[in-house]
Write a new protein. Structure first.
Length: 147
């Protein structure tokens, strides 16, 4: 069976060869661009029908479909990344993480925001002073339980 790394490399090669964007693929398939990209990068598993649709759209085989369906092991490098965009997201959480925790827990109580029952959108907001990135993180609140 194809592993997630080989799957991702195969998908990216097909995407580049066809001159496609994640947004185009997602729109054509009726999927969220963020979710589709995450699945194709190996960080989420895809239901069988979505895995098949992605593989067929890109002209890839059943080995890619099977790898898309496989449950991922979500492991990433624990060092601070050097890619400027990813580093800035780490910086935002580093600077505002405690603030977000305080504000969320003040509004909801002691708990966390789910990354399982979750959606994310990335939008471009045009601004005369320079275009802006709008990230919307939408996760279900999960209260801690006591027993």
């Amino acid at each position: 069976m194809m592993d997630k790394v080989t799957m991702t490399e195969t998908i990216i090669a097909a995407k580049l060869e066809k001159g496609l964007s994640w947004e185009t693929i997602a729109t054509d398939l009726g999927m969220s661009p963020v979710w589709l990209t995450s699945a194709c990068l190996g960080m989420n598993s895809a239901p069988a029908e979505k895995a098949r649709a992605i593989s067929e759209y890109l002209g890839l085989g059943t080995d890619v479909s099977a790898a898309l369906e496989a449950y991922p092991t979500k492991v990433w490098d624990q060092t601070v990344p050097t890619d400027p965009l990813i580093y800035r997201l780490y910086e935002i959480v580093g600077v505002y993480g405690d603030t977000l925790k305080e504000v969320i827990q003040e509004k909801f109580g002691d708990g966390i925001m789910s990354a399982i029952d979750f959606s994310m959108e990335v939008d471009k907001v045009e601004d005369p002073k320079g275009d802006r990135v709008l990230l919307t993180l939408n996760g279900k609140f999960l209260p801690y339980k006591s027993w």
